[in-house]
Ligand binder design. Structure first.
Ligand code: ZN
Length: 164
């Protein structure tokens, strides 16, 4: 399947070279979150605007620096969740982390395909599927999940409902 791997590599490099939603947003109203992956030195600065009435991720911007996997994953994450509801964004986070963790457990010989299918049901990962090759290099999984963990943190803060 060299062809598919080449395609995935192209998608990752495209996001790395031309990251989507790069920049900053004024804080407040946006929230600023920072993530760091000490294993690799990857950093992400995420600015996220959640409309409190509609519960929608109205805008986001991404800064930071790191390896191609972390940067591509940040860019893909932003493109995937911008304009989505918080519930949809949370579902994407779960699906993406399932994609990473299922492969992780598969490496250990514990396949749970049903759990993955359940998490992925009704979720279109699109370009994100390109990152599944990362699981062959377990040390890079944290590079791929950094942006998603940071986003999850931002959505949790948003869910607290304290406007102060
Ligand atoms: Zn990295």
């Amino acid at each position: 399947m060299a062809g598919l791997e080449d395609l995935y590599r192209e998608i990752i490099l495209d996001h790395y070279r031309s990251p989507r939603n790069r920049g900053e947003l004024p804080v407040p109203p946006a929230r600023k979150l920072e993530g760091f992956n000490p294993l690799c030195g990857d950093e992400i600065v995420l600015y996220i605007d959640v409309d409190p009435a509609g519960g929608t991720v109205t805008d986001l911007r991404i800064g930071g620096q790191g390896c191609s996997i972390s940067q591509a994953s940040s860019s893909m994450m932003g493109a995937a969740v911008k304009g989505k509801t918080v519930a949809e964004a949370r579902k994407l986070i779960r699906a993406f982390k399932a994609l990473m963790s299922i492969h992780e457990s598969r490496l250990e010989g514990e396949v749970d395909g049903d759990a993955l299918a359940a998490e992925l049901e009704g979720v279109r990962l699109g370009d994100l599927e390109a990152l599944q090759g990362v699981v062959k290099f377990p040390v890079r999984i944290k590079c791929a999940t950094l942006a998603w963990n940071t986003l999850a943190q931002g959505l949790d803060d948003a869910g607290n409902g304290d406007g102060s």
